[in-house]
Design a protein around this ligand. Sequence first.
Ligand code: ZN
Length: 589
Amino acid sequence: MAGQGHVLKTLINSLDNDRLHHAYLFTGTRGVGKTTIARILARCLNCEEGVTSEPCGKCSACREIDEGRFIDLIEVDAASRTKVEDTRELLDNVQYTPTRGRYKVYLIDEVHMLSGHSFNALLKTLEEPPPHVKFLLATTDPQKLPITVLSRCLQFNLKNISPERLVEHIKHILQEEKIPYEEPALWQLGRAAQGSVRDCLTLLDQAIGYCEGNITDAEVRAFLGTIDQGVIHELIDALIAQDAATVLGIIESAADHAPDFSAVLSDLQSYLHRMAIAQAVPEGIDNAQGDRDKVLAHASQLPAETVQLYYQVALKGREDMPFAIDARSGLEMALLRMIAFAPVGAGLNAPAAGSGGESVKKKSLLSERPAAPAAQEQEPVAKNNAPSPKVTETPVAVRQGSRKPAPPEPAVDKAPVPLEPEPAGKQAAKPVAEPVPVPDDALPAEKVSLKAFRPVHWIEVFSQLPLDGITRNIAANCLVGEVKGSQIALVLDAGQMSVFNEEQQRRINAALDSYFGEEVQLTIAPGPIDAETPAAWRMRMDNERLQAAIETFRNDETVKAIVDTFSGAIQPDSIEPTSPRQYTDKRMK
Ligand SMILES: [Zn+2]
């Protein structure tokens, strides 16, 4: 009775303490073991060695129950006996004492299928049960039982069996039988069984037959008509890299196996759902397909809002599927739409998608912006226009995802350089079709020494402080008032004082110590904000980048094509040239 420990424990207690009920109701989906548990209970009640939670299994009562020929175990499938006469006939004999056993046990499967009259007949007996009778009722649908029947039964809800447990179970069987198998194949069977041990065993039997004794992933996939999850993983990799050519290549090669393309899209949607869960509640992610680690890794490589966007596109793509020329083009369009609509540099730490792994050296936190020109030039348009997309040989780079700001680089003792953010007018003068300029990309990454530190350096220094959460927000709303030797006085926007406390001061101080590589005596006090704080600067930059992004977006050929194809309209509000970190910052504001 794998996976039903909670039910067994209660039953064992009641058997061992002689607290027997006269009617038990077992509920749960098909194949989870309702009738199995009922038959075991029948043995417990009738074992010749006495009522016990451990029937001997050897006496004639135990053996006959096992073999289905025990005269005092009356099994009824209500699905086939719903007429009231049947139930009457069945219950007519209730009054007679058992022929052989201690109890006359009525096992009524699918009890919800009884007619109203039959229920009334059953109810009469349940109201005044003869002491030698036990009712074991089983149903997949307890809602259909009259409350009068429910209230007279001790109810046990059997849980669905998790894919893990099913896989464990059939793996054990295969090992015993010395049948070779590939593990991913077992996960497919475990998932297809939908929590039912019986279905899982049936599928296993069929798979053994189909695969002629060697259970391979590919054959089970063909047999079940399921999608190779490897294809889904590859597609997600390609989406992270925003690599349209690879996406089309994967579909091209998958086409050889004539898969159900609309099922690929459903599976992709389901995978994105799991990624979203992994991002929100990492411990909540199930291992139903044996790929929990993969889901978690993928989840760390995309911002949550991009996963939401992809999910939405997949959902819409499935809705539109009936109108697509064929399922394959429907799938392709949905995936290309994901790439077209993804925020630039959707992948975390994806500085130059598809640029053959060339890494862009990370500079300061501020310059680590998503809209790197290299990524911009890799427009999907160019690739989509390629005459016949092939599988690219370039492996899809799996980028290491990290949501934490890069730790500050080791201190470089150099003379300070002017650190004023670039004037904003510069990018506005450029033609709109140009890639979105990264206004702060020109900022040098060199550290400022404590000796050279001046209020004007604050925005750059702040950007490299290892701070997060409220503390980061507090620091972002500060200006540097005065620097004297190792003493730094920060002026905090009075509006932020309500959330400020000593702990935050301590953390900011520690961050400054670590940045400058020496001890700083920090004071923070409220005061007038007469210059641009890091928070205000970030807001201004975001706004400027947003305006530039909207322009670029409007002029993008892919966007134009998509707007035409889907009769779409651009909602400027929805455009956000943002990296996850900025998103976080924005939320803090
Ligand atoms: Zn026995």
